[in-house]
Design a protein around this ligand. Structure first.
Ligand SMILES: Cc1ncc(COP(=O)(O)O)c(C=O)c1O
Length: 375
């Protein structure tokens, strides 16, 4: 960037921050490559939704008197949805905050925490928004040790400095698909300095077996500086609606409320999410389908002698013997969109979201011959 603008110190700083690169949209690939049949396995959406129950609720909201209500501002703090979420989580509504996607809550907490500078500790290979939110809020990123298959909590704790304000943990982590065992999570929650906000991002938690998953929300009463994030974009299948939520202490929520922009979640998203958050049967169904897709994928990858990693979430990492950017491009030409991972420090991995069986068949039809040349 070379203009008078780039001489502003703040803009110079902004220009040095990596841009978030989203999964390629289907319409863009159709436009660019002239393909008609495209399978998108790039952004960890749930292929089985949204549900009919959500559809009925949204249809009702765009009809009759409720339609006229769309001319008015929505409930600014999403009180009715917060009440539903609170009921489900066994909390009071004043411990729930909504965001325009959980990404917005990641931005809110960074905006609040780095108002006077400081740094965040972020494990290597974490979701890109942690670093972007930190840096755009004026914070500094300190990376802790992690690999495609392991998350080192002790190094995370070791990297904490006097100016650390936030620590982020993807749980499970995207893109590596790993999560902590209970003992490690507990070590982090209990040993992290009390004045640091621990952000545990549980965007994919609902894909975990509830009997085994160590939910960080279980520590909310122990640690006032804990923020647990969830989204409606993944298992609840409402990614286009842009809505997510955070759970924390009443005190932490009061600070976040000061950086939340009024009316940040819209009416349609709020009512759709009210239905979705109560639909435990759809969650269980989606979880089961995801487990089946994972098992089938791992078996097929083994047939091609390809290595996979990650055991959590609705996605998997596939390692190739050649740069993943090339594999991504070849798959795109064949109408299959995946996510190359070079931007996450994993140049030989692609991340594949689990789609419906016919979508996974389309993936292997395209990828199989490419991978047999060397995986
Ligand atoms: C780990 C993680 N956290 C948060 C998000 C953001 O979700 P949203 O802003 O759609 O709620 C994503 C989306 O891919 C994610 O992978």
């Amino acid at each position: 960037m070379t203009s008078a603008l780039s001489s502003l110190p703040a803009f110079e700083h902004l220009a040095s921050i990596p841009l978030y690169v989203p999964g390629k949209p289907i319409q863009e690939v159709q436009r660019e490559l002239g393909l008609t049949t495209i399978v998108k396995l790039a952004s960890n959406e749930n292929p089985w939704g949204p549900t009919e129950a959500v559809k009925s609720r949204v249809m009702a909201a765009v009809a009759g008197a409720e339609f006229e209500g769309l001319g008015l501002y929505p409930v600014s703090d999403g009180w009715y949805l917060r009440q539903r979420i609170a009921q489900r989580k066994g909390l009071t509504p004043d411990r729930v905050i909504l965001g325009n996607g959980s990404s917005e809550i990641l931005e809110m907490v960074a905006k609040a925490a780095f108002l006077d500078g400081g740094s965040a500790v972020i494990p290597k290979h974490s979701f890109a928004i942690y670093g972007i939110a930190t840096q755009t809020a004026g914070g500094r990123v300190v990376e802790s040790r992690a690999s495609a298959t392991e998350l080192d909590v002790d190094d995370l704790l070791r990297k904490v400095a006097p100016d650390t304000r936030l620590v982020y943990l993807g749980h499970p982590n995207n893109p590596t698909g790993i999560r902590l065992e209970r003992a490690a999570l507990e070590r982090l929650v209990r040993n992290l300095r009390e004045d640091i906000v621990l952000v545990v991002d549980q965007a994919y938690a609902e894909y975990e077996d509830p009997a085994e998953y160590p939910d960080a929300a279980g520590y909310l009463d122990e640690r006032p500086n804990l923020l647990v994030l969830h989204t409606f974009s993944k298992i609840h299948a409402l990614a286009a609606m842009r809505i997510g939520y955070g759970l924390g202490s009443k005190e932490l929520m009061q600070y976040l409320e000061r950086v939340r922009s009024p009316f940040n979640t819209n009416h349609l998203a709020q009512v759709a999410a009210e239905v979705a958050v109560q639909d435990l049967a759809f969650e269980a169904f989606s979880r089961q389908k995801n487990t089946e897709a994972r098992e089938a994928f791992v078996a097929e990858a083994a047939q091609h002698r390809c290595r996979t990693s990650g055991t959590s979430g609705n996605f998997i990492l596939l390692e190739s013997a050649f740069p993943a950017a090339e594999l991504f491009k070849e798959l795109l030409q064949r109408g299959v969109i995946v996510r190359p991972m070079q931007g996450y420090g994993l140049p030989n991995h692609i991340r594949v979201t689990f789609g419906k069986p016919e979508e996974m068949a389309a993936f292997w039809k395209a990828a199989g011959p490419l991978l047999d040349g060397g995986c």
